[in-house]
Design a protein around this ligand. Sequence first.
Ligand code: NAD
Ligand code: DAU
Length: 367
Amino acid sequence: MRTVLVTGGAGFVGSGFVALALSSRPDWRVVVLDALTYAGNLENLEGLDARFADRYRFVRGDVADGAAVGRLFAEEAPSAVVHFAAESHVDRSLLGPLDFVRTNVLGTATLLEAARGAWAPGGGRFLQVSTDEVYGALGETGRFTEETPLAPSSPYSASKAAADQLVLAYHRTFGLDTVVTRCCNNYGPRQFPEKLIPFLIARFVDGQTLPVYGKGENVRDWIHVDDHSRGVLLALEGGRAGQVYNLGARCERRNLDLVRGLARELASAAGGDPDRALSRVVFVKDRPGHDWRYALDPSKAERELGFRPEVPFDAGLRATVRWYLDHEPWWRRVQTGEYREFVRRTYEDAGAGGAPPAAAPRGRVGV
Ligand code: NAD
Ligand code: DAU
């Protein structure tokens, strides 16, 4: 039995990866370490303890807490770390950059130190889950390759870039077996409704406008969250130490086109009038430092890992819209803060310790 430590497993991408790992790797024990910040939702992991009782453990804890991380390494002796935990929302990083530096930079360094202390050469692999945003912005043409110099624009992407550099430096300096994956914009079920697609779906259901930053001309490169998880698994098992792998699905969309398509999809799924849905699209003040265009070249992952995204964008978006319409109670509980009740009952009332519950920071960011 191999033990894999997954940080940030209660979040959007991490929770899908945990389910994939447990169901597809019967000889893995998966230990989730998650601080349950505003973005961590135990409902995302519901049912796993019943289905995989002896192979699954959830631990509430902060990746930047060296003592807690050290204890967990001593207890569980993981032979791999898959590091998803992060402050992940760009707009929030404009309101409070230091949370991003603490979790994304110090948290990653803390995990690396624990791994360096615990693992003899060949004793384990550290996989850093990163983002295309570390490369900065593209103009109208070209794609990011793994050789593109890092030029992050936001505190979020700068903190991820710093973390990536640490992960690669630990390989070069200490010989730690590390791999970095860099993925583009994910969409799919259970995404926190501050991110573009679920944010707009919730607003649509509530009869509100659909805000597009600036002129909506920025381009994002989209991938279904399940394809991201599959890519991370491939890189963990087949990636070369010290390497970076871009995970993308070659699926660029201009924001305005995406939002219009989403509005039409919502109108048709909810039985509304598509023209009325389109009239709800409004242009709002642009995000400061808003990267113009992202586009990943995933050739290296395709060639070396056999990475092949499976979910076509239109079908994936349709299924995502359906999921949010069918799971309104899930995102309503997020909007009202009720999803944190479970955390409070499980941890605070029981006096189980761990980091204090994080309130969603103030400001105009989604919910
Ligand atoms: P998310 O915000 O949905 O989840 C983040 C998770 O990390 C939450 O469960 C949260 O409780 C946990 N966490 C935050 N701070 C922590 C701390 N100090 N200690 C322990 N746990 C902590 O994020 P996501 O969208 O699932 O992204 C996961 C990872 O994937 C991030 O590293 C992100 O940079 C990367 N990524 C995301 C996307 C995307 O489009 N969502 C794309 C590329 C890369
Ligand atoms: O590229 C990968 C990154 O994708 C991940 O590393 C991040 O964790 C993830 O949050 C995401 O970052 P973005 O900033 O691209 O995602 P967001 O959903 O916030 O915005 C997508 C695009 O839509 C972006 O160009 C800003 C725009 N936008 C966003 C919101 C919330 C709008 O036009 N209107 C909105 O209301």
